[in-house]
Design a protein around this ligand. Structure first.
Ligand SMILES: [Zn+2]
Length: 406
């Protein structure tokens, strides 16, 4: 049977017979009413909903839409590097493909590049936002770099020639090009001028994340004092030869104010790392991020990067340089992180869902999403779990059905 997307736009919607994932547990047979794209009630009294479009969740889980703060690209579309030029159509395609994986909100992430290229790509992203259907899923952008530690290991796959010191004037130019939509930046706090830059970001309302760095504890503490909120993909973006005592893992884990984002794709972190990180930060301060590249959703095989290197995408989702036997990046959607952290940390499903949505929404000040609650936006996903795998069956964004596989 062919699945067809139902036209639910601007409709009164009643969803029933679902296992609703709330903060503190799962509500069996819950009823959600969405009016004008917003959640009106959860298991409430709604006498006047006779004309509602009814959606039978048929015993499936119903959760808030997933939120991913680090999406470098998707389904062949890259927001920064990549072989093809970035286009508005490409951004629309990536967004539609993300909906199929349950992501209803994401931050297109631009990694280190020349000033001109970053500016150009930000302008193209801004143009894509004139399509309201897409714009609703993109509250802003994330710059990862170019102000990161240039040393091998810490720099990761960011191209050395474009790594530079924090430059507030340059950033403001990018911020203008982005129509003030840069809402997160990942930087290295030990760089000259970085701490002042962090204060400026705080004043502007841009969330600062620490990443690709090797800052001493005092600098991490001072960065957090000045408003830094997240440690970006903790456990990655670091050299293999770090000092066993003095390294950013300990300092960032030990600072209770700092949230951590982690890539739980089964390749970037070992189960024991995830288990310990989760034990330290808990379901309140852990953020699941895919850090996914344009190679996600492509067929397994060999590909050539923009810089001419050969990489392999394996059937199991590993994306690596086959010769060097090291990772190139991630190709797994955010659902994989939910599956994997559930498996290795013992967290509950509601906790995993919270870590893949609500937590990052709060950190970024996106207060209308991430929760199934009256007054929140009608962003919902329907899914099943079989043998630990999560299957997205339906996605609704602001009350509009954008994907169905039922
Ligand atoms: Zn990174």
């Amino acid at each position: 049977m062919k699945s067809e997307i139902m036209n639910t736009e601007n409709q009164l919607i009643k969803i029933f017979n679902g296992k609703i994932i709330a903060f503190d547990g799962i509500i069996e047979n819950g009823v959600i009413v969405i009016r004008n794209g917003m959640i009106e009630s959860l298991n409430g009294d709604n006498p006047d909903i006779q004309n509602a479009v009814e959606i039978d969740a048929n015993g499936m889980y119903v959760a808030p839409g997933l939120i991913d703060n680090q999406v470098n690209g998707f389904a062949g579309v890259s927001f920064s590097l990549g072989g093809d030029e970035l286009t508005v159509e490409g951004i629309e395609k990536a967004t539609r493909e993300l909906w199929k994986t349950g992501v209803t909100t994401y931050l297109p992430t631009l990694t280190t590049n020349s000033h001109e290229k970053m500016k150009e790509n930000l302008q193209i992203l801004v143009s894509a936002l004139s399509n309201q259907e897409i714009a609703v899923s993109i509250p802003g952008f994330h710059l990862e770099g170019p102000y990161i530690n240039p040393e091998d290991g810490y720099r990761g796959a960011h191209p050395l020639p474009f790594v530079r010191l924090p430059d507030w004037d340059e950033f403001l130019e990018l911020y203008e090009a982005a129509n003030h939509k840069i809402i997160q930046i990942t930087l290295a706090p030990e760089l000259e001028g970085a701490l002042e830059f962090i204060s400026n970001c705080r004043d502007l309302g841009v969330a600062v994340a620490l990443g690709h760095h090797n800052a001493p504890t005092e600098t991490v503490t001072e960065a957090v004092n000045r408003g830094a909120k997240i440690a970006t993909h903790l456990g990655n973006g670091a050299a293999n030869t770090i000092n066993r005592h003095k390294n950013p893992f300990w300092s960032q884990l030990a600072d209770d104010r700092l949230n951590i984002s982690i890539i739980c794709d089964g390749f970037h972190l070992l189960p024991e790392e995830i288990k310990v990180f989760f034990k330290v930060k808990g379901p309140e301060k852990t953020i699941l991020t895919s850090d996914v590249t344009s190679f996600a959703m492509l067929n397994p095989g060999f590909y050539t990067t923009q810089t001419g290197e050969t990489i392999e995408l394996r059937e199991d989702g590993l994306l690596h340089y086959p010769e060097q036997k090291c990772l190139y990046g991630s190709a797994s959607p955010l659902t994989k992180s939910i599956e994997y952290i559930s498996e290795v940390s013992g967290c509950t499903l509601p906790e995993a869902i919270r870590m893949a949505g609500f937590n990052v929404a709060q950190v970024l000040g996106l207060n209308t999403i991430g929760e199934i609650k009256p007054g929140r936006r009608g962003d919902l996903i329907f899914f099943t779990v079989e043998n630990g795998n999560m299957y997205i069956k339906k996605t609704i964004v602001a009350g509009r059905e954008v994907f169905t596989n039922i």
